[in-house]
Design a protein around this ligand. Structure first.
Ligand code: SF4
Ligand code: SF4
Length: 372
């Protein structure tokens, strides 16, 4: 397992986290066994926006004696009074739901307390006016909530909450479908490419990285749509490993939270960690992506190997981040053994890049920006 550190905290989160939205139907025994397999594999990050109540008590039993090593995303707005997921903004209902969730999980604290599903201006207004944000904040002051977080599919709203400077983690839907085809899960299926332009999502990811707000990724496979030729918005299927690598390469991303139905699903995802680089290579996207995405480096490193030993993807990522004001990225670049100035202009990356990035020219630009 690989881990990434939460920038505003000490938590080392497994890059593969587990979602609970589709496991409820598996039954208690299978849920516990799946959780057991996850723990054995080193997964320590769990999202609890479940479709029903089943995972809570099963997880509570499976994690006995291990709580301190695990991290839970708990959603202030998910209500399980009926036994199934319901969305609420009523503060009393939220308080009762949080108490119930903690009891079922056999814990007395929350690693990430979420402002849940803030996609519209009105959602944010309600969360503030109904006192939900203040409630999460008060639990944080008491130590019951360790970090405040936000779940959103909409860059504009995510940016608004980032402006408030209260969150340490953003759960955001990241996959090539949403990045290139409509801007948010809500828009998927529209024929319009990327509401706000193909830069809207990358700009948000870079902002998160620059402001040290980690990202946990929801819907990495677009609810499975991307995994099938028929349902993929590109008309061509991608694999789970390509989607995971795509999300994990984005600035700010700490972990991909994938929903599984059972152990077999999880076993398949764990194969990512032993998969060959070619199995994770998502450069085929260069043939699907809209025209205005051409010429923009997505850090995929399909252009490797570079004969001069440059890590083209990472150099480009630090460059893009530094231009947003990220001083750490500047520092990271300074520590690279091979920098843009080491480029020998062989042109190998120019013709290998499926996104048509004129990389040898870009290396000159990067060298000019950072200096020698
Ligand atoms: S130049 Fe192209 S192939 Fe290389 S990392 Fe960037 S997008 Fe990928
Ligand atoms: S043009 Fe520069 S960065 Fe690209 S492969 Fe050649 S030496 Fe490496």
């Amino acid at each position: 397992m690989e881990y990434r550190k939460l920038p505003h905290g000490e938590e080392q989160l497994s890059v593969l986290g587990l979602g609970t939205s589709s496991i409820g139907a598996a039954g208690d025994k299978e849920i516990e066994a799946t959780m057991g397999l996850a723990l054995e594999a080193g997964i320590n990050f769990f999202d609890m926006a479940s479709a029903d109540t089943a995972p809570f008590s099963a997880y509570g039993r499976a994690i006995a004696g291990m709580r301190e090593k695990l991290y839970f995303q708990i959603h202030f707005g998910a209500d399980y009074t009926s036994g199934k997921y319901g969305w609420t903004t009523n503060l009393d209902t939220i308080k009762r739901s949080i108490d119930w969730q903690l009891t079922a999980l056999k814990t007395d604290y929350i690693d990430f307390g979420f402002l849940h599903c803030i996609d519209e201006e009105s959602d944010l207004k309600l969360a503030v006016e109904s006192g939900v944000l203040d409630y999460i904040q008060s639990l944080k002051d008491q130590g019951t909530v360790r970090h405040i977080a936000l779940g959103s599919h909409t860059p504009r709203l995510a940016n608004k909450v980032l402006d408030m400077k209260v969150i340490d983690l953003l759960m955001f839907s990241i996959n090539p479908g949403y990045d290139y085809r409509g801007g948010s899960s809500v828009d998927l299926g529209s024929e319009n490419y990327a509401v706000g332009g193909v830069d809207e999502h990358p700009t948000l990811y870079r902002r998160c990285e620059a402001e040290r707000v980690g990202i946990s990724v929801m819907k990495p496979f677009s609810g499975g749509q991307l995994l099938n030729d028929r349902t993929s918005p590109f008309g061509k299927a991608l694999t789970e490993y390509q989607c995971m690598q795509y999300a994990l390469d984005k600035p700010g991303v700490l972990a991909v939270i994938a929903g599984v139905r059972n152990r077999a699903d999880l076993q398949k995802l764990l194969g990512y960690f032993s998969a060959a680089p070619e199995e994770k290579d998502y450069s085929i996207l260069g043939t699907f992506a809209p025209q205005d995405a051409a010429g923009k480096c997505v850090y995929c490193n399909h252009c490797q190997p570079c004969p001069a030993g440059l890590d083209v993807g990472i150099i480009n990522k630090y460059y893009d981040l530094a231009r947003t004001g990220d001083q750490l990225a500047r520092g990271h670049y300074a520590k690279l053994e091979k920098k843009a100035g080491d480029c020998v202009k062989c042109g190998h990356c120019d013709w290998r890049c499926p996104f048509h990035v004129p990389q040898s020219h870009r290396m000159e630009e990067i060298q000019d920006y950072f200096g020698s």
